[in-house]
Design a protein around this ligand. Sequence first.
Ligand code: MN
Length: 713
Amino acid sequence: MLQAGLAMMRQYELVERVKSYDPDADEALLNRAYVFSMKAHGTQTRASGDPYFSHPLEVAGILTDLKLDTASIVTGLLHDTIEDTATSYEDIERSFGPEIAQLVDGVTKLGKLELVSERTKDAENFRKLLLAMSNDIRVLLVKLADRLHNMRTLSFIPRPEKRRRIAEETMEIYAPLAGRMGMQDVREELEDLAFSELNPDARESIIKRLEFLRAESGDRVTKVTDTIKPTLANEGVEAWVTGRLKRPFSIWKKMEEKSISFEQLSDIFAFRIVVEDVLDCYRALGVLHTQWSTVPGRFKDYISTPKPNNYRSIHTTIIGPEKSRVEIQIRTKEMDEVAERGVAAHWAYKDKTRGTLPGSPYAWLRSLVDMIEQGDAPEEFLEHTKLELFQDQVFCFTPKGALITLPRGATPIDFAYAVHTELGNTCVGAKVNGRHAPLRTVLRNGDEVQILTSKAQVPSAAWEGFVATGKARAAIRRFIRNAQRGEHIRLGRSILEKAMADDGETYADKAIEGAVRRFKMGKGEDLLAAVGNGTLKAIDVVDAIFPGKKRDRRPSGDRGQPQSRIPIKGLIPGLAYHIAACCHPLPGDRIVGIMEPGKGVTVHTIDCDSLEAHQQEPELWLDLGWEAHASEAQISVGRIVVDLKNEPGALAQLTLAIAKANGNISNLRITERNPAFFQFIVDIEVNDAKHLTNLMSALRASPLVASVDRVKG
Ligand code: MN
């Protein structure tokens, strides 16, 4: 381990360390990376005063302890160059190829997460995030090595709050992660380094206690190993027997978990017997169990039933030499390797040539999860159900590095609305990882998303087709509804202007103020919108503004009837008649009258659905027809239903098309609304059925109109 002031590892030393376990390692590549990193970091220094380069070099050193491949070692050397020097992704790619560039980029992104973790108090989610962000397990291994070296040099950081935050993060996130990846040594060291920062008094007291124990009973480790080794040898089992004191944090944690005192603690020591082959494992076990009595319930055979992470070992506890409880693990050399290096060993064995595990980018994650899920401490993280949830999420970043969590399938539109509603409403485009991308691009883990905006932009209804978040969908709908309101206001104003002009009055915003109060509207725009969307009739507003004025014409057919000339023939003199509100018969339509007690005659079109009700009452039916003058003399109202594409401006185009066809809208209301379409019922003043038919043909010609039909019943 390098400490401040000590000499840095030389270039050839690093190469030798790699070559000791990987003779085929690319020496030239290692040398280039060493020089590249040293030059890139130049005169930068660390808090310890050491040249900055000492840090990536030590990280690379830790990675050689894990016996990782050359690409990982090179990544260790380069891991801080993109973030902390003028070096770019492209520079790395040019000099070291895409594989290493991606690894370095991955570590850089994990580095940005540390900023996020300052704000995120949820260690569980953060660990998931780390996993999700690491599409190559080597990224995580380099990150852990980086964290380990930073923890080893933590004491040089001057600000206590910062030291504490890093230590807490290590304890909550990185140490459990190392443990779950099977790297017990790294886990224990991380924990203990964090422990000494977070709880130095507790750690000190445990160390004092251990020293006292040693003074009292001598070197127990040596005594036990010196007894076990010859006992095994006598039975023909050749073995390496090692014992060690557990780290203070492990002891402290056991004491806390089991609420026991130091004296009651049996597993201060950990002994390990490493033998040549599997047969010797069981022979060694037989010797131990014959020689000493065993502690019931402590025997576990992970050789016949390996753990999912391929951990294999026999665990037993005996009342051993010195009459003390001794925990022992028995395993072969190969098993020992896997147990020590965990995922690192797993990775190296499994796919030495390809670097990543085969299959999808998440295949490795799945296998890692399988491995760690069923480990010793299932209380920790990544239970199966939670994993499903987490795979439904993607984690993206703003250009400033803020983390935005989105559901899988989310697009830049979702991202924009997740950041801020206004950003969503003014979004015109996006850059994903620095490149222009369509707004419907599905975002992936680790994407950095920059939203391009324009004040002139408004949300499109089409966006609803490719957003994944409720927030975006609601915001888009709200905006479109507001835009619709603007159109209703404009439409309401036109209708009122027309209605007043017909009365010989002139419309003015000021003139409607009285009506605003009368109809209990908040302001003039509300009244106009109500007229525009059909909830309030223009004529009623005109009545309210000019009360008592006698009008001789009503615009709507079902509001009354002109007294001058009756346009329908076949009626019974003296019997009142109404134009049916269900089918809005027009001059030119074939019509029929139904005599209803107390109401008079209601005039329907011959194909009106409501006639069904009177099928069994032929005595009530009257044959009717239009007078020849009906078209000229009478302004009739036709009712149509229009399916209009849900786009800004569509309503304005609809009303314009009606006006161009000499139709006059007397009423308009929305009957149905979905993301794609609005359905309107429109009452139009026309001369006759032919006029309405022509008008409907004109509407059908508009690309925004999906369908037009007359309302019949
Ligand atoms: Mn670093």
